[in-house]
Design a protein around this ligand. Structure first.
Ligand code: NDP
Length: 284
């Protein structure tokens, strides 16, 4: 009959997580602040708890999937005595500092704590492409890894509970800046009569191919020597042509100018002959 597990929070995400547990045959108890959200999942085999306390007492493993950091405290602060000796896996989105705060709070209450960052939308849970990042207790991650794997690929980053959230936000930073770069390109070609769809057809394979550069950049950055042979120099990487063409097309240069600024700072400091990866020094 599987593992006894309780899920707190039946929003879109909590429901998807609980559904995957029920489907895999785990003895799943669910609770939601506002009643009425559990009917579907109860019909498929979950047990509804009347209170969050009942849900916590029903299982050694408690999953929290609530709105935010404050709601986790609101629900769990009155239940520290019940939680003591149990395991809390918190997949509510929180900042790195909030995750660390919850880990310290859990440690003080005698609760084993694992923090999770979900890199998926509810429909992706249990499907290919779903990825969940974890940090906090290595023991908890090991013990429950096969259960966590039901939701997506589970990756553990370390004992610092804030790491999963930090990775989550760092990955999103890369994603948003890449998307902004795509939007810039689409805006550039639009006055020439190119649709965004046409541009995407060329941009998608190009950007995918360029991800191959990340490994080389990482080697240079971690090595700390930006003069290594075979790199494209900062001088060669001037974005002036891109900026000029963007202006000629009548579009904003905000996105590209930001990158040009990072390059220029390194050139001004006398590093123009060094590799492009050196722009990370403009950010540090
Ligand atoms: P929803 O808005 O669908 O659900 C929010 C849930 O939190 C509901 O169960 C709600 O209960 C509960 N809640 C809110 N405030 C409180 C409170 N003060 N006390 C008790 N319960 C409370 O959100 P999701 O399910 O989509 O998201 C849940 C978490 O998962 C969030 O942290 C979100 O960032 C994260 N996440 C979501 C993703 C998504 O695509 N949906 C992707 C990645 C992460 P009630 O029904 O009573 O309002």
């Amino acid at each position: 009959s599987g593992i006894q597990v309780s899920v707190l929070g039946l929003g879109a995400m909590g429901t998807a997580l609980a559904e995957a547990l029920v489907k895999a045959g785990h003895e799943t108890t669910v609770w939601n602040r506002t009643p009425g959200k559990a009917d579907g999942i109860v019909a498929r085999g979950a047990t509804e708890a009347a209170t969050a306390g009942d849900a916590v007492r029903a299982a050694p493993l408690v999953i929290a999937c609530l709105l935010d950091h404050a709601s986790v405290h609101e629900v769990l602060d009155p239940l520290t005595a019940d939680l003591a000796g149990r395991t809390l896996v918190n997949v509510t989105t929180t900042s790195p500092a909030q995750s660390r705060e919850l880990a310290a709070w859990a440690a003080a209450a005698g609760v084993a704590y694992l923090d999770g960052g979900i890199m998926a939308v509810p429909q992706m849970i249990g499907q290919p492409g779903s990825s969940i990042l974890y940090s906090g207790s290595a023991e908890v991650f090991q013990q429950y890894k096969s259960l966590l794997d039901l939701w997506g690929v589970s990756t553990y980053f370390g004992e610092d509970a804030g790491l999963a959230s930090l990775y989550d936000l760092a990955l999103l930073a890369g994603m948003y800046v890449m998307f902004a770069g795509f939007m810039h390109g689409a805006a550039m070609v639009a006055p020439a009569g190119v649709t965004a769809r046409q541009f995407a057809g060329t941009a998608a394979p190009w950007l995918s191919a360029m991800t191959g550069m990340l490994d080389q950049y990482a080697t240079v950055i971690d090595g700390g020597d930006y003069t290594v042979e075979g790199q494209q120099s900062l001088e060669f990487s001037s974005l002036d042509d891109i900026l000029a063409a963007s202006s000629e097309q009548g579009i904003s240069t905000d996105v590209v100018a930001a990158v040009q600024g990072l390059i220029q700072r390194q050139i001004d400091a006398g590093h123009g002959k060094e590799g492009f990866a050196r722009i990370i020094e403009s950010l540090r």
